[in-house]
Design a protein around this ligand. Structure first.
Ligand SMILES: Nc1ncnc2c1ncn2[C@@H]1O[C@H](COP(=O)(O)OP(=O)(O)OP(=O)(O)O)[C@@H](O)[C@H]1O
Ligand SMILES: [Mg+2]
Length: 293
């Protein structure tokens, strides 16, 4: 198995004159969870779309599971799964019908497709809702069935684009458990998030992205300097912009504690202060020991 599940170099994508992704380098080791952390419009989804072969890059290169995302897109697609930011299932079909349909598309025979669907519904605690149309599901249930849909065949690499945005703490926790179980079963996970605590809790390494660029990269511990600085000097409120609320940007993270911290959006001012203070610039991932989970 290749040491790196993802290797991207100088990845670029522009929409008109706006550079959504502006020279992103990523090195994601096989196994574990890698988080791309950034605020709205940072370029997270665009990066994921390029890495998952949905969008051709304007510049740069990316290899996913050893294959070039442009010239070997089919080989990449055969081994990855993507759960997008917005639900992609047929909302009029039931949860079970959606999963059976996908199973059939993957080549399962009728009985096998039903068995796999039932297995996933049980694992994702959706058995009771299995025969209801997906459009009647709560947000948390939709996210779970969305992720289940990506696991009809277990992929080597799973992209989860903002898997917990908008979820309540209980549903968020369920998704976190799913991510941990996926990794334990051998899938590498790349997830995007706007939440510092989510990246902190789940990820082995984090790339902080803003305005299409990776502005810091490292383990949660290595990136804590950004948050300490944020706490020491709260962001000044600029007229016309939302007043920054309290959040993890001002609290040092503590490993191994239950996720009691409040969720908060990434604070751009903290990131800038961190950069000025010399928080390590993005670079190639350095070898590290896998954290015990
Ligand atoms: N298809 C598109 N056409 C034009 N502009 C786009 C398109 N897709 C993305 N953009 C722009 O590219 C930039 C990055 O968008 P992207 O969706 O990658 O951000 P994001 O980090 O995923 O944000 P969010 O957290 O809101 O999902 C934004 O300015 C967005 O408006
Ligand atoms: Mg997005």
């Amino acid at each position: 198995m290749s040491e790196f599940a993802i290797e991207a170099h100088a990845l670029t994508k522009a929409f008109g004159k706006a550079r959504a992704v502006d020279g992103v380098d990523l090195a994601v080791r096989t196994g574990g969870v890698y988080a791309i952390l950034g605020p709205n419009g940072a370029g997270k989804t665009t990066t994921v779309r390029m890495l998952s072969t949905l969008l051709p890059p304007d510049g740069g290169t990316a290899r996913v599971l050893g294959h070039d995302v442009v010239t070997e897109a089919d080989r990449v697609r055969g081994r990855i799964s993507l759960t997008g930011q917005f639900a992609s299932l047929d909302q009029d079909l039931t949860g079970r019908e959606n999963l059976v349909l996908l199973g059939r598309l993957f080549g399962f025979r009728g009985r096998e497709a039903h068995d796999r669907a039932d297995e996933l519904l049980a694992v994702f605690e959706l058995t009771d809702a299995a025969n209801r149309p997906v459009k009647t599901y709560s947000g948390g249930m939709r996210r779970r069935v969305d992720i289940a849909a990506g696991l009809v065949v277990q992929p080597d690499l799973m992209f989860l684009d903002e898997p917990t945005t908008g979820l309540d703490p209980r549903s968020r926790n369920q998704v976190w458990q799913i991510v941990r179980a996926l990794v334990a079963a051998g899938t590498t996970v790349l997830l995007t998030t706007q939440y510092l605590d989510e990246a902190d809790q789940l990820a082995d390494r984090i790339a902080v992205i803003d305005h299409g660029r990776v502005i810091a990269e490292g383990t949660s511990g290595e990136l804590q300097g950004v948050r300490r600085l944020g706490r020491a000097a709260p962001a000044a409120h600029r007229p016309g912009r939302p007043r920054p609320g309290p959040g993890p940007a001002r609290r040092p993270a503590r490993r191994g504690r239950p996720p009691r911290r409040r969720t908060g959006d990434l604070d751009r001012a903290s990131l800038r202060r961190g950069r000025r203070a010399g928080v390590r610039r993005a670079g190639r991932a350095v070898p590290r020991r896998r954290r015990d989970r």
